[in-house]
Design a binder for this molecule. Structure first.
Ligand code: GDP
Length: 291
């Protein structure tokens, strides 16, 4: 049996799937459960319509069939985009972007540890140079993860220069993966996007950028997505990291996010510990969500 998780839908749907037969209330109950789990109105409508059609086609009244079809439908939907991280370049440069507070620093720490566990050497660049606290926090995570770090020499140093030095050190020392932390202040959006563009330009002179990962907090739902719109439009995002899925009762957000952005989810954070980060596998996710 799949492990139960807080974002699992099976709790809400258990009563429905345990019924003897699919009945008049089934579709309304299903719709309610999907909306509550933050699938968003569009995905909910499509998923319910598809299921109704399938149930009619296969002429079944067994809720267990409905559960299986729902799980398979979700898996198929999530498999439309490729969740594989492309880290084959040497060095492979990963830019991590997102609004402050979503879990960017924590994710970088976990990701560095994850890569380190698989024998990859990692260097982290602290290019959020205006917040001294952010640099210290990142340094603590880097140490725990067994990664090197390049820090700014002073508060407010040009973030692009920190990124440049990090990639340069990686090239000189043969370090395989570079992870660059970036600022996430929302109030100066224009300035921040220009800053990210400059970081990209400077880094790309030295090495191709393998991934630009946008970190999103799953507990903020559609709101968080609206806040991250500028990154999606301007930062060349190649993959999403969903954090705090452990604290969210809304696992359906995963589908809503994918539908709204068209960007694959590549990593998932499910806790504050250093090992609480996994890759994203549609099959495993759908199984945990639906049961
Ligand atoms: P940043 O401002 O984006 O760098 O955010 P931080 O990395 O400092 O994280 C903000 C808070 O979210 C911290 O208290 C983290 O412990 C917490 N956090 C980050 N990722 C997760 C996660 O996957 N699950 C939970 N429960 N908390 C998380």
């Amino acid at each position: 049996m799949a492990e139960r998780t807080p974002w699992s839908l099976s709790g809400a749907l258990r009563g429905m799937f345990a019924k003897k037969t699919i009945d008049g209330e089934t579709w309304e109950d299903l719709e309610d459960a999907l909306i509550k789990a933050d699938f968003g109105p569009n995905v909910t409508e499509v998923v319910v319509a598809e299921l109704r059609a399938k149930v009619a086609k296969y002429n079944t009244t067994d809720p267990k069939d409905l559960q299986r079809m729902l799980r398979e439908g979700i898996e198929e939907r999530l498999s439309l985009l490729d969740s594989t991280l492309t880290l084959s370049e040497r060095p492979a440069v990963v830019l991590v972007v997102g609004v402050n507070g979503v879990g960017k620093t924590t994710t970088i720490g976990k990701f560095a540890k994850f890569l380190n566990t698989y024998g990859r050497s990692v260097i982290v660049g602290a290019a959020d140079t205006f917040r001294a606290g952010a640099v210290d926090q990142l340094a603590t995570w880097a140490e725990r993860a067994g990664a090197q770090i390049v820090k700014p020499q002073m508060v407010g140093q040009d973030p692009a220069s920190v990124a440049f030095q990090t990639v340069e050190k990686a090239k000189n020392e043969g370090i395989e993966i570079v992870i660059i932390d970036t600022a996430g202040r929302l109030h100066t959006k224009g300035g921040l996007m220009d800053e990210l563009t400059k970081i990209r330009r400077v880094v790309e002179k030295q090495a191709p950028i393998a991934e630009v990962l946008l970190v999103l907090d799953a507990t903020t739902g559609q709101n968080g997505l609206a806040q991250a719109e500028a990154f999606i439009q301007h930062a060349g995002v190649t993959g999403l990291v969903l954090t705090k899925l452990d604290g969210s009762a809304r696992g359906g957000f995963v589908l809503a996010v994918q539908e709204r952005t068209g960007i694959p989810i590549k990593l998932v954070g499910q806790g504050e510990g250093i090992n609480d980060l996994t890759g994203f596998t549609p099959h495993v996710f759908a199984q945990k969500l639906i049961g």
